[in-house]
Design a protein around this ligand. Structure first.
Ligand code: PRP
Length: 230
């Protein structure tokens, strides 16, 4: 006989059979591991070290799914035994972390895409107006990447994601993806209506924003929790 609390609780499947739900241009990636790490991030007692670790694990799981349409070409390699065919990516991929919170996602994504370029964008949300304010952008005027992946744990009003997408459009990027861990319904609706060509990947869409434009139930401010500046 076991006395563990976990064993006493009823076990059930926690992800739908398909691990993706398409709603407009938004893909919600549903997987038990994603939900478990997201639950840790939501918990207000989670300390910064575990919060950061959860951001990284979620970023890995999300970007694995978000990159499944990347193009490649066939190549040959010599194994220790013989020659065989393999694959190399054929597109220039740019990772675009939104400062600050997007920095928490960059290392695990670079582990998956070590050949990617990293182009930082600095945007913060004005506390009074909730409008994004740009403070850092060193994108070159020409020679855009083929695929840009915006990394930001949170998509609340969608203002920051839309400002980033506009910047990438001006750079000439043809294929832009947004990878966020948690979003609001209002935010994903706004981004997908303004940028219908953008692919948006989230782990969870929460129903509302509060009067300060925070996602509810949400997880607080990801940047503050990553960098321990709450
Ligand atoms: C948060 C978050 C997004 C933005 C989302 O950043 O990381 O960048 O707000 O809100 P929006 O969808 O309404 O634009 P914040 O401005 O708190 O800056 P930080 O990353 O420096 O904490």
């Amino acid at each position: 006989m076991s006395g563990s609390t976990a064993e006493k609780k009823k076990s059930r499947p926690i992800a739908s059979s398909s691990n993706e739900t398409q709603v407009g241009g938004v893909t919600v990636i549903d997987h038990p591991l994603i939900q478990v790490h997201l639950t840790r991030m939501r918990n207000k007692t989670t300390q910064p070290s575990l919060f950061r670790a959860s951001v990284k694990r979620l970023a890995t799981l999300m970007v694995y799914e978000a990159t499944k349409d990347l193009d490649g070409y066939e190549t040959t390699v010599e194994t220790p035994l013989t020659e065989t065919t393999g694959v190399e990516l054929s597109q220039r991929v740019g990772l675009v972390p939104i400062l600050r919170a997007g920095l928490g996602m960059i290392d695990p994504v670079l582990d998956l895409l070590p050949m990617a370029e990293v182009w930082h964008l600095g945007l913060y949300r004005d506390e009074e107006t909730a409008q994004p304010v740009r403070y850092y952008d060193k994108l070159p005027p020409q020679n855009p990447v083929d695929v840009a992946i915006i990394l930001d744990p949170m998509l609340a009003t969608g203002g920051s994601a839309m400002a980033a997408l506009m910047t990438l459009r001006e750079w000439g990027v043809k294929q832009a993806k947004v990878v966020s861990l948690i979003a609001s319904q209002e935010g994903v609706d706004a981004v997908s209506s303004q940028f219908p060509e953008a692919q948006i990947f989230v782990a969870q869409v929460d129903p509302t924003l509060n009067d300060r434009k925070f996602i509810v139930p949400g997880l607080g401010d990801a940047g503050d929790r990553i960098f321990n500046t709450v």
